[in-house]
Design a protein around this ligand. Structure first.
Ligand SMILES: O=C1O[C@H](COP(=O)(O)O)[C@@H](O)[C@H](O)[C@H]1O
Length: 260
């Protein structure tokens, strides 16, 4: 478990640009050290803003897109191509514009996909796909992702792990079906906390005043069942990337002056 480190930027656009720059560096470093990199994408406003900023960065050409594995932290269980699906939004924000190897892009199943409306089967399949991608060096049922990004919801949810719902209590499976999510759609697929914690680096993204309370709760010692974001950490690094508004309720002692 790594201790959370907080970085605060003055504005959400700056936060997205800085996170994109950080992500490029991390991917390039991993590719030069191990030959390839693996990143877990998040849905939501901030995750998509990071992808869009990455697409606009001249440094995007430093990435070897053909040696990048992309996974998702969660998915809204909707038909293929639905504009509310996280993968649809990620494709629009960035993925359709870069030369990825399609075999290395791993979206979660759609509700009209091979498992139909059986979200449990779709989740089990994703768990098996992750297990197959994990090597002996990963010491577990999922790869040791280089970076796993999570948007933090105003209720402290991350991925599709919502406060008090069964998914956030899962300790065995790496991927679960989610029913009755308070944010639409109610049916989702999500990585669990054990899968999230397999990542080398976990980055939590929050911008805007509607996230301030959630950020303060999660970083003030709350339990992960009540505040799932509090249970999201990486093996070697846990980074909270915030804008001023999302950091407004944090005690100043928790982070250095705004970095940019
Ligand atoms: O529904 C979801 O919401 C969260 C947070 O989204 P935001 O727009 O409030 O930043 C996101 O992390 C998750 O992947 C997504 O499915």
């Amino acid at each position: 478990m790594s201790t959370p480190q907080v970085v605060v930027h003055h504005h959400k656009d700056l936060m997205a640009k800085a996170a994109a720059a950080r992500l490029i560096t991390r991917i390039v470093d991993a590719q030069s050290a191990r030959g390839s990199a693996s990143v877990v994408l998040t849905g939501g406003r901030n995750g998509n803003a990071v992808l869009a900023a990455l697409g606009e960065s001249p440094a995007r050409d430093a990435v070897d897109w053909s040696r990048l594995d992309l996974w998702w932290g969660d998915e809204r269980f909707l038909p293929e191509g639905d504009p509310e699906r996280n993968v649809t939004q990620a494709r629009r924000a960035l993925l359709d514009t870069v030369p990825l190897d399609p075999a290395r892009v791993h979206p979660m199943a759609a509700s009209d996909g091979p498992y139909g409306s059986d979200v449990e089967a779709a989740a089990a399949h994703y768990g098996a796909e992750l297990a197959a991608a994990a090597g002996p060096e990963d010491h577990g049922q999922v790869p040791a992702f280089d970076v796993l990004m999570l948007g933090v919801g105003p209720d402290t949810h991350v991925a599709s792990l919502f406060p008090e719902l069964p998914a956030v209590r899962e300790t065995e499976r790496t991927v679960v079906g989610v029913h009755g999510a308070p944010k639409p759609p109610p049916t989702r697929i999500s990585l669990t906390l054990p899968a999230i914690r397999a990542a080398r680096e976990v980055w939590l993204l929050a911008a805007g005043e509607d996230k301030a309370e959630a950020v303060a709760i999660a970083l003030s010692g709350a339990g992960e069942i009540q505040a799932p974001a509090a249970g999201a950490y990486g093996r070697s690094r846990t980074l909270w990337l915030l804008d001023d508004a999302a950091a407004a309720d944090l005690p100043r002692g928790l982070y250095p002056p705004a970095s940019a």
